[in-house]
Design a binder for this molecule. Sequence first.
Ligand code: ADP
Length: 687
Amino acid sequence: MAQKKAQSTQKKTAEAKGASTSAKKPAESVKAAPVKSEPVTKTEPAAKAEPAKKTEPAAKAEPAKKTEPAAKAEPAKKAEPAAKAEPAKKTEPAAKAEPAKKTEPAAKAEPAKKAEPAAKAEPAEKAEPAKKAKPAAKKPAAKKTKPAAKKAVAEETKPAEPAAEAAPVAEQPAAPAAETVAAAEPVAEPVVEAAPAQPQYDTPRRSVAFIGSECHPFVKTGGLGDVMYALPRELVKQNCDVRVILPRYACIPQKYQDKMVYRGEFYMDLGETGRSYYVGIMEYIWDGVVYDFIDNQEFFSAGNPYVGLVEDIPKYCFFSKAALAALNYMNWIPDIIHCHDWQAALVPVFQKTLFKDSPVGHAKSVLTIHNLRFQGIYNIPTIRYWTGLPAEVFNMGALQQAWRDANMLKGGLAYADRITTVSNTYAWEIQTPEYGEKLEDHLRYHSYKLRGIVNGIDYGMWNPATDPALAVNYDITNVLERKPQNKLALQKELGLVEDEGKLVVGLISRLTNQKGLDLVNAIVPQIMDGNTQVVVLGTGDKEYEDTFRYYENAYKGMFSACIQYDESRAHRIYAGADVLLVPSRFEPCGLTQLNAMHYGTLPIVRETGGLKDTVEPYNVFNGGGNGFTFDRYDAGLLLDAINRAKTEYFTSRYHWDEVVQRDMAKDVSWTNSARQYKDLYLELTPW
Ligand code: ADP
């Protein structure tokens, strides 16, 4: 039941992402002026120079946030409404009030939780070695990673000094066993447990605050949600203290809302609104990661995270500022603030202006671009109104774009200490006019701090050997017998002709212009040869939804159009299909091809972005590679790639099976990628 609710929420949110996109168009069209017109680089220094900007000094003066104590008393969430009532409190960020303890204490404190993660990582991988029995699998040896057990020099990361945090302790009581350990942050109790199984880390400890707009399983519309879920968990295993800060959307399923614990509240002024806004903090600790949800019903009560720019711009201006103020308020000052996409792109800008002299102002910042197409563009007066940012950030080197627009992502790129994107190829592509979305000059200017780190997938969530959604579980040792059983189950579920001899082509995607669906639509009639079935799962633009529905009707029993967002059906398609299409126009990283490979389903991809970095083309001469690829954005080339796959599948099954096993053995976990993020954090904090 709860899952159904979650699914419908996800579907809605996925649709809303499309809405948000289209909503952006008008705004973009205003700024017609070509990139050239930006005097580009020249102005940049100003951003850095950033003088003093003493904005919101008042905060300092005012002593403390009296609000808090009272808060302690009342236990749970519903706190907010009252907030609205009392407008009087001009008290901006109580945050500013507690400046004294620079000491980022608690962050480092919680020691205990470290124990569990390491164990969790392994199971999935364990499966691989076994497959050796089979012929294929040539690249298994990937997971060195852990060995080096050189007692972390790291633990120098200040002891605890939890005194200041004493209050929150009381608020964490209800957490279940595993989580209680993680809740260590507060204070005393859990300490005893720390001794037994301390993992050995080979890098120093760092604290990181993730700030972003979505995170599985609370709310997800695409790959960003997967990354916000999986990367923090992996970083915990690599000696990081991670806190994920998210909006507390009303659409977060109730079962998660119920687990949140009240952590505190304060009031914050916002831009030129002249008002004081309630900021509640609801906390949930899970598998060593602390999730802090910023609560404010005025901004987050819509049914979906993304509604349209008119609402989304104020919402994420508020969120970015509130996230920083919340860190100050909790006195949890991380070494690194890692923000994601345009929704959190103002964080580095706030840090270096309004929060410059507060504790969070000193944290290093990393901004990750998950999709450059979404930038958060609106006219300057509106963004000034909602942020209160000083005039100098609205220049061409930072937020300003064209004549009268402000671009939130552009500003973040200018102010962040490091920029990452989710694959090497995309990091290069976005510096060209074809993929740069009008920010290519800006990105080239900042390329010295830009790098690509490819995403992974969470092996706990994506594991055919344990996946509860599948008809039959399998691993690399029995995939050849059991995958066909999943195919038959999928055919049955979708009302397709049940025949394991047919080639089943899967497509799991947001149905938008980015995903190469016009290419697919153009060649469907040529794919349908009587021995091939197609299964589409996705929601999005009506034109694509309708075209797929048309094909379902035209090729009864051979074509299935599931116009829906359905997480568990997605798992069954990965398991039951033989190939998965990902012919994207551009693809920052792409996760579906990784999921597919891990489930022994060969990807057919366009060589762009992360698709190019993760799928090695099949080589008919030596049998190497992971899937089928094509380069130019051309329907004929996609058809050719599909035909090559068919030829191999129908005439050379032995070689096909080798690739299936090789793909399952390929390391697409987060381990290596998280290590690269950790290295990046260490570069920024070389103490
Ligand atoms: P993007 O972030 O551009 O949407 P990615 O490939 O990075 O694309 O991530 C897509 C994620 O969303 C994958 O985990 C994929 O399985 C999932 N997904 C996409 N569409 C659906 C759908 N209709 N139902 C279930 N899961 C979906």
